[in-house]
Write a protein that binds this ligand. Sequence first.
Ligand code: AMP
Ligand code: ZN
Length: 487
Amino acid sequence: MSLSFYNDLTRKKEPFVPISEGKVSFYSCGPTVYDYFHIGNARPFIVFDVLRRYMESIGYDVTFVQNFTDVDDKMINRANAEGITVAQLAERFIAEYHKDAAALGIRPATIAPRATEHIGEIIEIIRRIIDNGHAYTVPVGADNDVYFDVRSYPPYGKLSRQSLDELEAGARVDVGESKRDPLDFALWKAAKPGEPSWESPWGRGRPGWHIECSAMSSKYLGDSIDIHSGGADLIFPHHENEIAQSEAANGGEKPFVHTWLHNGFLLINKEKMSKSLGNFMTARAALEKYPPLAIRLFMLSAHYRSPINFAPEGLEQAAGGVERLRNCWSAVESAKDSAAAVGDSHPQGDSHPQDDAFLTTLAEIDRRFHEALDDDFNTAAALGAVFDAVTLINTYLRGEEKSAACLEAAEAAMRRFDDIMGVIGITDENPAESQDAEAKEIRRLIDEREEARRAKDFARADEIRDALAARGITLEDTRHGTTWKRK
Ligand code: AMP
Ligand code: ZN
């Protein structure tokens, strides 16, 4: 099976065909940096980072752009409340974003552009939209607002599947807005006292929210891109407006985005977690309560389009899952070390049906893992395959005979799973680096105990065994060497 996605634009599952062979242009809407992000916001950050990793793992050259919205009403209100500038507020929370994202194992985007650093590009795209007859200016004192003229762009509503008349009925005009039609939305807002503003052909002002993504997407990825993603709350109006802006700027010649992907909501007590409802937990607070790998495993344990309920039981279950994965990894490493110490347990010339069966089943599981991710990025099913691999590997390791080939295959499979999902903590970039350090430390103590036993210093050997037992680590002496596991 080849990679396919459920495309929110066509509402169909479609094979993924990149615009340029072997390359993927991927834009994901990033955070508004007025505060710490919450664990609901973390869902798209984790999920789409994993999608990017998966696409890279199957050979695509992915350019992943995730923006920072660093000027908007929320930014201005918070900065004013704290008596600092919007730029200072942004600087602070971009730094905090990077800390929390790194702790959660989210890789930095290829490019992480900020709206305020692209005012020139934003002005340029607005100018093109006006020239193409899809936007108009409204004087506000010495400056101007610029509005997108929604009725001038008939395909408007194609992503959220709403007609202009339906939309008109629900549209509202905010106080101080003087747009021609309630459907219209601001591309540029005339300067107001107490707000940051920039020079433009329409006087001083600042960009509306939606335009930054159109401007930065085309700057870094071109006028047509492969994938654009975000939470389902962005479908309307944000993504609908992005399509209208980008396609109006290009004279409607090229589709702005081929595949639209939206993640379902993270719920808490059956309600969407959100800042405005006050029912949120920051990612930072969640990281104090739960191990980062458990948070990742939890996020990936549902299909990205389904809702997921944030509850302690789910997180505890995920922590148990991580424990199983890590124990399996430690056992593989430990068995490999022991095998290296005693040499391959198979004498030359033997036939090893159990090895062949192991390798065949592992390959089959690996195929299922890829098939699941190919099928609209079904991380839940892919994790099912990962845990089947754990069961298979654990059973193999309990057997007497272990071959280097099987241990290497097990190790490679676990590494492959972890490179994509980041739930085992094998690579250095992963959040559980410290847990890896612990595994090395345990191995060092086991070696020291071996030394002590060889030197007939049994007191020291027992001391090491007891010290490890006190840490919840039990040792098992097999004829292939010593292995360990967590109690
Ligand atoms: P914001 O900083 O509010 O623009 O949100 C950043 C990202 O988080 C966007 O892609 C939102 O759609 C997404 N998001 C916000 N709340 C939730 C939630 N409860 N569950 C999943 N995604 C969310
Ligand atoms: Zn956006």
